[in-house]
Design a protein around this ligand. Structure first.
Ligand SMILES: Cc1cc2nc3c(=O)[nH]c(=O)nc-3n(C[C@H](O)[C@H](O)[C@H](O)COP(=O)(O)OP(=O)(O)OC[C@H]3O[C@@H](n4cnc5c(N)ncnc54)[C@H](O)[C@@H]3O)c2cc1C
Ligand code: SF4
Length: 343
């Protein structure tokens, strides 16, 4: 790891004034070479330090956000919306009583990500903005398309952990497990620019497909800080669940994960469903076919299984990841049944 300077911002204005670059832009600028002048933000530092140790990122200055108090709170608004500061840790999210009661899929996703030690440090902002785990992307010796290179090595290579949907040019899967649940809840993110202006974006639109931008996973602009994740008020009729499947019983990213949010009337009929697949595509993948299959139906083993079939109908597995299809089929079925309180 190269030498770098370190500073701690004490408030949001100081953090914004630091004039940070996004990690994606810094990596593209330096193309793997040391000696960059980039200023980079640090939250928990789990992904950031990985990239620096891997030699993929060599910033001049790291700006620690840990001391910015307004980023570390969970606040319920008078109307019932929940505002989650970007520096709230995955452990805090998983344990928060309101998150557990009203947004249980999010509490489950956060509580099952990584290891207990990592969850104490990793923040929700950093989790959403972490870079992909594709092993060619993480290798200094593979200058692939996402790093500004000429080729993707995954299509003809080791693609067992890669995408089964939306892999146009690049087949990463989005690395954030919490994002699967947040997209299912139609969460929004608030971002403050270097000029101090705020923009609010639906998280689903904030993430970029490979078609939209093959070098960036999200629409964070240079100098911007993600300040808050906003969850809309939850109705008592809404229930949710998140389930994940690992390759083995270990503290590692899942090979498949699913969030389901269902709104059921008093007769048990599903009025609206949100079903999102993680570890499936370069962005959290909304399974629209599954959502339509559930609307207006009583949720049973049969309807959940039909929805699961619809969820994977348009999948296009690569040479080594067709095994994900039956995994997702089972996981979507179980997640829907769990959200509906049927298992
Ligand atoms: C063994 C292991 C297992 C893991 N398993 C999982 C898993 O199952 N699911 C999962 O989702 N993750 C998993 N992770 C990844 C881990 O959860 C993330 O690396 C972590 O959440 C990143 O958060 P952080 O606060 O450390 O971010 P940092 O590493 O500090 O930052 C990440 C990126 O976001 C930028 N950034 C951070 N905060 C802001 C902000 N507020 N505004 C603008 N930019 C910002 C930084 O500049 C950096 O580019 C695992 C990691 C390990 C090591
Ligand atoms: S899947 Fe994406 S990140 Fe991985 S090698 Fe291909 S272009 Fe690079």
């Amino acid at each position: 790891m190269n030498r770098f300077e370190w500073t701690s911002a004490r408030d949001l204005a100081a953090a914004v004034r630091a004039g940070s670059l996004t990690v994606a832009d810094a990596m593209l600028t330096q193309s793997g070479q040391p000696g960059t002048s980039a200023v980079i933000l640090k939250a928990g530092g789990i992904d950031l330090l990985d990239l620096m140790k891997e030699g993929l990122l060599n910033p001049r200055l790291v700006v620690n956000l840990r001391g910015v108090p307004e980023l570390g709170r969970i606040v319920e608004e008078p109307g019932g919306a929940l505002r989650i500061g970007a520096m709230v840790t995955l452990a805090q999210l998983a344990e928060h009583p309101l998150v557990r009661a009203r947004y249980s899929a999010l509490a489950q996703a956060a509580g099952q990500s990584a290891s207990p030690q990592i969850r104490q440090v990793a923040t929700i902002g950093g989790n959403l903005l972490q870079r992909p785990r594709c092993w060619y992307f993480r290798s200094l010796h593979h200058h692939c398309l996402r790093k500004g290179g000429e080729a993707c090595f995954a299509f003809a290579g080791e693609n067992q952990y890669h995408a089964i949907f939306g892999h146009n040019g690049c087949a990463i899967v989005h690395p954030s497990t919490a994002a699967t649940a947040l997209v299912a809840f139609n969460a929004k993110v608030e971002l403050v620019s270097a000029q101090g202006t705020k923009r609010v974006v639906a998280l689903e639109a904030f993430f970029l497909t490979s078609d939209a931008d093959i070098e960036r996973e999200n629409d964070l602009k240079p100098g911007e800080i993600l300040t808050t994740v906003v969850l809309q008020p939850s109705k008592p009729s809404v229930r949710s669940a998140h389930l994940r499947q690992g390759e083995q019983d270990s503290f590692d990213w899942p090979i498949a994960d699913v969030a389901a949010v269902v709104d059921m009337d008093t007769d048990g009929i599903c009025q609206r469903a949100s079903v999102v697949l993680g570890a499936a595509a370069p962005v959290p993948h909304r399974a629209k076919g599954a959502e339509s299959a559930l609307a207006g139906k009583r949720i049973s083993e049969d309807t959940a299984r039909s929805a699961a079939n619809a969820a994977i109908a348009a999948a296009a597995p690569l040479s080594k990841n067709a095994y994900k299809l039956p995994v997702f089929e089972a996981l979507v079925t179980r997640t829907i049944l769990s959200a509906a309180g049927r298992i």
